[in-house]
Ligand binder design. Structure first.
Ligand SMILES: [Zn+2]
Length: 81
């Protein structure tokens, strides 16, 4: 695969992700952000996370607690055995 092909694929992926970001912003009724293309780019680059406070963030990062996904996984494993 040559470099031109890689670049076009990468740009295509970026554009599709930005389109998905726009859809998420429309569904969350965040219309002010949609008017500014720079804000769409920021939302895309931050993976649509509105904030990273201790209440919304990963509990392992802030309190050394297990995440919901990890708790669910442990529960499923204990249920199977
Ligand atoms: Zn928050």
């Amino acid at each position: 695969m040559n470099d031109k092909n890689k670049r076009s694929k990468r740009r295509h992926k970026t554009n599709t992700k930005k389109e998905k970001t726009k859809k998420i912003l429309i569904n969350s009724k965040n219309f002010d952000t949609l008017k500014d293309p720079r804000k769409i780019g920021v939302a895309f680059s931050t993976h649509n996370a509105t904030c990273s406070c201790h209440m919304c963030g990963n509990p392992r990062k802030f309190d050394n607690k297990k995440t919901i996904q990890e708790i669910k996984n442990e529960y499923q494993i204990s249920e199977e055995t």
